[in-house]
Design a protein around this ligand. Structure first.
Ligand code: SAH
Length: 366
């Protein structure tokens, strides 16, 4: 980019932590001879009570709204599709500036609304049963694009009041730590979205450096690990990443993580749902005092796999409990709108052959 152009690149306030955005705004208002409280006025309008454009900050004089818009960017995520399931689950397909598409799912349950957010466009990991893996990896999302998914819920009319966040949409959050790290701050900070750390869950296949980095954050963010197979040979078949981060090392990382972890286990009929698997899984879970979530397979997008019957899932849960493990069976949500990871985008845009990342640098680990 040439210098003249670079000078005119607007700073995207949504890619910054609230503290960094405040610092930028404070400098801007100081240069403009405006009182310091202006920075707080704008900060509140980024995440807490968000506006669609600077022009909507009605508490600011019009000329200030215009000069803000000249200096800073406040990009939206465009809703390309929105579907509502009969069970209340709502699925959004967002289109990004470069035409990439990502998915976000809002799942109401009692007095909570959990938002399942994406951290990458596509995914490089190619887990055998996952629709996102089948589309390959395109790029990392920025912090503004990840937290922006929650912001967009607040901008809807009526808004969707999200109470919980899970990083269980498209992508592997711990292979995009440079963006996920500030995103966690934006989600949790009272000057950001103000969602309690214990209500925010990062889900990973077991990217070890990322687990360490997450554990080093002082907030009580939750960690979920996609285990899906209780021994190396089966896990290898289902999850190619197991070559790089084998099961035993993932379990060791879970043991030293200073908060209790959850194991995610997708039930694949005739593949990982026998009693011997329950016994092996129970040992792993006991070793690191993990809580186990059994997830019924969403059949769409999972080529060649069939769901375990509900009866067998219940029996599997009993087998785990009999071996001293706490377990929950997840309800399948949004099956009628193909709400599992990657499914809506696959339905809309068709499958592409899996792609390798364009540059190794696209994928960063903590
Ligand atoms: N890469 C991270 C974050 C994505 S989470 C991770 O794998 O944990 C996606 C979650 O949805 C994972 O637990 C994954 O196993 C689950 N999932 C993917 N495809 C699924 C399907 N067809 N049915 C049910 N769950 C699925």
């Amino acid at each position: 980019m040439n210098e003249a152009l670079a000078k005119h690149t607007k700073t995207n306030l949504l890619d910054l932590t609230p503290a960094a955005a405040h610092a930028q705004l404070a400098r801007f208002f100081e240069r403009s001879d405006e009182p310091a409280y202006r920075a707080n006025q704008v900060l509140r309008r980024l995440w807490q009570a968000p506006v669609a454009t600077f022009g909507d900050i009605s508490e600011l004089p019009k000329r200030l709204r215009e000069s803000l818009a000249d200096e800073f960017a406040l990009p939206r995520l465009e809703i390309a599709a929105r579907q509502k399931s009969t069970d209340g689950t709502e699925k959004f397909l967002f289109r990004l500036r470069d035409n990439e598409a990502i998915e976000t799912v809002a799942i109401p349950e009692g007095d909570r609304i959990t938002l399942c957010i994406s951290s990458q466009a596509g995914c490089a990991l190619q887990c055998a049963f996952c629709a996102t893996g089948a589309m390959g990896f395109t790029r990392n999302l920025t912090a503004g694009e990840i937290a922006g998914q929650v912001r967009e819920m607040r901008l809807l009319d009526p808004p969707i009041p999200v109470t919980n966040i899970v990083f269980m949409g498209m992508g592997e959050p711990l292979m995009n730590w440079n963006a996920v790290d500030p995103t966690l701050t934006i989600l949790n900070d009272p000057n950001g979205l103000g969602i309690g750390a214990r209500h925010i869950t990062v889900s990973t296949v077991g990217i070890l450096p990322g687990i360490v980095a997450l554990g080093e954050r002082p907030e009580q963010f939750r960690l979920a690990i996609s285990i899906h197979a209780p021994n190396d040979s089966l896990r290898q078949e289902l999850m190619p990443i197991n070559t790089k981060y084998p099961l035993a090392e993932v379990i060791d990382a879970a043991k030293v993580f200073d908060r209790r972890v959850t194991f995610e286990y997708v039930m694949l009929g005739g593949v990982n749902d026998a009693e011997e698997h329950a016994i092996q899984l129970a040992k792993l879970a006991r070793d690191c005092r993990a809580f186990v979530n059994l997830i019924p397979l969403h059949p769409g997008g999972a080529r060649g796999f069939t769901p375990t019957s509900p009866k067998r899932i219940r029996a599997f849960a009993r087998e785990l409990r009999a071996h001293g493990v706490e377990v929950a069976v997840r309800k399948s949500r949004g099956v009628d709108i193909a709400a599992a990871c990657g499914q809506l985008r696959v339905e809309r845009l068709g499958r592409r052959p899996p792609r390798r990342p364009k540059h190794d640098g696209d994928i960063q680990v903590a």
